[in-house]
Design a protein around this ligand. Sequence first.
Ligand code: 3IX
Length: 173
Amino acid sequence: MAEDPGAFAEDPDAFTIEPSPSGRLLCGGCAPHDVCRLGVEIAEARDDAVRFEVVCPPFWHGGPGVAHGGWTAAVFDDALNIVALRIEPRLVTKSLAVRYLRPVPVGRPMDLLARIERHSGRRWEVSAEMTLTGTPLATARAELRTRRPHHFARHEAWLARRSPSPNGPHAES
Ligand SMILES: CCCCC/C=C\C/C=C\C/C=C\C/C=C\CCCC(=O)SCCNC(=O)CCNC(=O)[C@H](O)C(C)(C)COP(=O)(O)OP(=O)(O)OC[C@H]1O[C@@H](n2cnc3c(N)ncnc32)[C@H](O)[C@@H]1OP(=O)(O)O
């Protein structure tokens, strides 16, 4: 079915990123808590790079004293977006590749440096490294996209067409 963005009564994409009461840039799930529940804090920001202090909370442990790999990936997703969000507020992650080099400890402050590698049009290439006392634990690369207008409204319209119907689920593609 053709999509007409002009047909959307309301554009959820119009939301703006406002710093939380404590000045943090937080995603939708953490904004009401005024704290990043992944344990990510900006330590230092430059034009094309941001340094973070990250600590894996105990409830994200995978093995004994060791972070779940999904925590590491989520932290990279967060940091890699934040480094570009400072220039372009309308981003989504298109791909994310993580290399797990050593186990990541729970409850230990670590350093994460994220940088913009390349930017052209809607395409952003970003990279990051997580270290403990200078030793790399994990690295990541991601490709981000500047969202097209009406990205979230388009998603909602697509989802609405997936609603169960009397003729059975997924009757319309
Ligand atoms: C969940 C979003 C969160 C955004 C958060 C931003 C700020 C938050 C504020 C403060 C936060 C502070 C720190 C931020 C920390 C973290 C940020 C996390 C960022 C994320 O973790 S972000 C979630 C994961 N990442 C996605 O969720 C992307 C899903 N991936 C796509 O969205 C597209 O893939 C895209 C845009 C990457 C490439 O798209 P493109 O434009 O280059 O290519 P194209 O147009 O050809 O689309 C290809 C096929 O996707 C269909 N398609 C496209 N857009 C659509 C839409 N809106 N609705 C329904 N279908 C859609 C087309 O219809 C076509 O389908 P088909 O092949 O069947 O024709």
